[in-house]
Ligand binder design. Structure first.
Ligand code: AG3
Length: 274
C-alpha cells in the first residue's frame, strides 16, 4: 500500500516529515498557502507556505516554552502583546496567568485564525476569553502606531526568512522596546539552531543594539528541525535567569520552571559565535 507523507525541507536538504492519512484542508490565503493534514501519530498538522507550524500532539513543546519563561521572569505581567500566533496556542498559554488583564493578539492572516478555530481548536476557548483582544492586521504597523504599553511582547511568527523578515529587524526591535513598560520582556522564536544559524546570529546582534540585555536559549520542539532557538530582550531591571516558580501554571509537560537554567543550553560552536 502507498504511504503518504508530508515533508518540510530545510536548507541543505534536511527534512522533517510526518506520515499523513489525508489532507483535510488547503487554501491560498491573501498572504500564504495554508494546509492542514491528519497525521498518523501526531494528530493534525498545520502548514504555512510548506513549513510546519504545529502538530496537535506535542504543540505544547513550543507554546509552553515561548510563553511561560518570560511570564514567570516578569514579576506581574498584566498587559501582553502577541504578534502572529494565529492558531491561538500562544494566547491560550498566556491566559493561564492570572495576573493578565488584557492579552492583545495581532495576526496578519485572518484565515489562519478561522481555520484554526474551526478545524484545530488548540486555542481551547482562548479567543472567547474576555481578556483576549484579537486584531487582524500588520504587527509591524501596529507596534509602531499603538498608544498602548506592554509588560510582555511575544512574537510567534513564521521563520526569519521570507514574509516575517521585518519582525527580525533592528527597527522593529526599537519599536518593541519603546512600547514596553519601564520593566518588560520581549521574546521571539528565532528559527532552527543548525539550519538558520546565520539568521539567529543576525537577530541576536540586532537585539543587542536595542535591549538592555539579551538572552538566547534553545529547546527541542516536536515538528521543527531541532534544536529550536528563542531570543529574549529585556528592558529595565529584570533578570531572565530567575523565574517565580510559585506562579507556574499547573500541569506543564515540557517547560520545567524548577529547572529554568536548563533552557540556556546551546551547542558550543553556536555559543561561541553569539
Ligand atoms: N510559529 C513558529 C513557526 C516556525 C516554524 N518554522 C518552520 N517549521 N520552519 C508557529 C506557530 C505556532 N503557534
Amino acid at each position: 500500500e502507498e504511504e503518504r507523507a508530508f515533508i518540510e525541507w530545510y536548507p541543505r536538504g534536511y527534512g522533517v516529515g510526518f506520515k499523513v492519512k489525508e489532507r483535510l484542508f488547503e487554501t491560498q490565503t491573501k498572504y500564504q498557502r495554508l494546509e492542514l493534514y491528519q497525521t498518523e501519530g501526531f494528530g493534525k498538522l498545520l502548514v504555512l507556505d510548506g513549513t510546519v507550524q504545529l502538530v496537535e500532539i506535542g504543540e505544547e513543546s513550543y507554546h509552553e516554552v515561548l510563553v511561560h519563561p518570560v511570564m514567570l521572569a516578569h514579576p506581574n505581567p498584566k498587559r501582553v502583546l502577541i504578534i502572529g500566533g494565529g492558531d491561538g496556542g500562544t494566547l491560550r498559554e498566556v491566559l493561564r496567568h492570572e495576573s493578565v488583564e488584557k492579552a492583545t493578539m495581532v495576526e496578519i492572516d485572518e484565515m489562519v485564525v478561522e481555520v484554526s478555530r474551526i478545524y484545530l481548536g488548540i486555542d481551547r476557548g482562548a479567543f472567547d476569553d474576555p481578556r483576549a483582544e484579537l486584531i487582524i492586521g500588520d504587527g509591524v504597523k501596529y507596534l509602531k502606531e499603538t498608544e498602548e504599553r506592554f509588560d510582555v511582547i511575544i512574537v510567534d511568527s513564521t521563520d526569519p526568512v521570507g514574509p516575517a523578515k521585518l519582525l527580525f529587524s533592528e527597527e522593529f526591535y526599537r519599536s518593541a522596546y519603546e512600547k514596553l513598560n519601564e520593566k518588560g520582556l520581549y521574546i521571539t522564536q528565532a528559527g532552527s539552531v543548525y539550519l538558520f544559524t546565520n539568521e539567529l546570529l543576525d537577530a541576536y546582534k540586532a537585539m543587542k543594539k536595542v535591549f538592555d540585555r539579551v538572552y538566547y536559549f534553545s529547546f527541542p520542539v516536536i515538528g521543527y528541525a531541532s534544536p529550536w532557538s528563542f531570543l529574549v530582550g529585556v528592558k529595565g531591571d529584570l533578570d531572565f535567569r530567575k523565574v517565580d516558580v510559585s506562579r507556574a501554571p499547573e500541569k506543564l509537560y515540557y517547560y520545567d520552571p524548577e529547572r529554568h537554567e536548563t533552557l540556556f543550553q546551546m551547542p558550543k560552536y553556536v555559543r561561541e559565535l553569539l
